[in-house]
Design a protein around this ligand. Structure first.
Ligand code: ZN
Length: 454
């Protein structure tokens, strides 16, 4: 490699640091990271550290901006020269810090997504991947597998990364590799058998995604013998963790709709479980909620979104349900919290108002973690923040012992209990007993345990 002269570029480079006054006095600026030239008025973001305030490039978000008030004649050849010197592949592979900064900012959306920047993103991911950074390898492989916003798919490159020894025991890579085998993108000699092996390995490594991918194979009889009951059982055994992770930690964001969608299908069509259209609607609503999660925009999921909407519409028509505002009654309460039965999500009760004559109670309930509220009757689902005003009727009785509680329990009889906080009185915080079973959903949401071993 030809060594490039460091001067005068080292001096020029200093103008990218602590340059607030200089940029304000400039007309035009240039970025020697992405090689853009732009009006100084476009600089709106600054990076502040012990060296001072440094302009961030409006195009790529890097602190590599120099203004013409510095006296430097800014043009494309100069920016190219500086780019190669300070951010060239050779420099970057020795010190990939800048590559890491850029990739991080690109993923976080601070950098304009346009062809040139995506190209840079991929280039730097590749540099990081080649230096043994498995996260970057995975990110680059995913872009090559699915195609980027501007870059075309390249199955060969994707496969090369997924098969890299560094990713051999990475469950995400195994799921992707298996999916590519399933789609026949790795040539004729890699098919469903190899896909199944990948998913099994990934599942053994704890991957929840592998669980539903394997379930799909059992539903369809791909490579394995078709077994809907087992497929359903696979989904069922992981669902609690997915649901809790989603509600409490906003985890499994991309898996939540996938699981709910499949479980809804099972209950709608009786795949491996008795038909129950109300439970099916509930899981379709949850899938819909999951699909609308902010930031989860993914064209690949458009068919699922369309299908979820169509199925909800069909089931609603059949069951005479209409979309409406949620009604916070006992049905909704039960449909919303059944999944969290016994799970701690502490809360408080206020404005308790029990009328034994009308057998009604109303109260405001606040929970530490905002819950998902599901009102099947009104085809409504959503996270609800802050206190919720609940109204229950048809009560046999109810009692409030404490205005704070730790969790909710649904009894097999017609009673619901708000369990007290540990260390508080041994009495439950509240008990509700109903005259008629107000429940629309069986106590075990996923599957009638009684009829299971028939
Ligand atoms: Zn730039």
């Amino acid at each position: 490699m030809r060594t490039r002269p460091a001067e005068p570029y080292e001096t020029y480079r200093k103008h990218a640091v602590d340059n607030e006054i200089e940029i304000v006095q400039s007309k035009m600026c240039g970025c020697f990271f992405c090689r853009s030239i732009f009006s100084a008025r476009e600089v709106n973001d600054w990076y502040s550290d012990e060296r001072g305030m440094s302009a961030l490039c409006p195009e790529c978000g890097m602190d590599a901006v120099i203004g013409d008030a510095s006296g430097i004649a800014i043009d494309k050849p100069l920016l190219k020269q500086m780019n190669l010197l300070f951010y060239g592949e050779e420099t970057m592979s020795q010190d990939p810090t800048a590559a890491r900064v850029f990739c991080g900012r690109y993923i976080d959306g601070h950098i304009t997504h346009k062809p040139h920047n995506e190209e840079l993103f991929l280039k730097y991911l590749t540099i990081l991947a080649d230096s043994g950074d498995y996260q970057s390898m995975l990110a680059a492989a995913e872009i090559y597998e699915q195609g980027g916003e501007f870059v075309h798919r390249d199955a060969e490159k994707a496969l090369a990364y997924y098969k890299n020894p560094l990713l051999m025991a990475n469950h995400e890579a195994l799921c992707h590799l298996g999916a590519m085998y399933m789609r026949g993108e790795a040539g004729a000699e890699f098919g469903k058998k190899e896909a199944f092996e990948c998913f099994s390995k990934a599942a053994a490594l704890g991957s929840m995604r592998a669980v539903y991918l394997m379930a799909d194979m059992y539903f369809n009889g791909d490579y394995v013998a078709k077994d809907e009951k087992f497929a359903f059982a696979l989904l069922e055994q992981s669902y609690d963790e997915i649901y809790h992770g989603y509600v409490y930690d906003h985890d499994y964001v991309d898996l939540f709709p996938e699981f709910n969608y499949r479980i809804a299908k099972c209950f709608q069509y009786g795949f491996g479980i008795e038909v129950d259209e109300m439970i099916a609607i509930r899981h379709y609503l949850l899938a819909l909620l999951g699909l609308q999660y902010p930031g989860l925009f993914d064209l690949a999921r458009t068919p699922m979104l369309k299908d979820v909407n169509a199925e909800i519409k069909a089931l609603a028509k059949k069951n005479k349900l209409q979309r409406g505002e949620p009604v916070f009654d006992s049905d909704t309460f039960y449909d919303s919290f059944i999944e969290l039965n016994g799970e701690s999500n502490p809360g408080t009760i206020a404005n308790w108002n029990y009328n034994p004559k009308s057998q009604e109670v109303s109260f405001d309930m606040s929970l530490e973690v905002p819950p998902i509220i599901t009102d099947i009757g009104n085809l409504w689902v959503g996270f609800v923040n802050g206190p919720i005003h609940w109204n229950f009727g048809q009560l046999n009785g109810c009692v409030l012992n404490s205005d704070r509680f730790d969790s909710m329990r649904f009894g097999m009889d017609e009673s619901w209990t708000l369990a007290g906080k540990p260390g508080d009185s041994d009495l439950p915080s509240a008990i509700f007993t109903f005259m008629n079973e107000p429940k629309k959903i069986k106590i075990k949401t996923l599957g009638p345990k009684k009829g299971e071993d028939k």
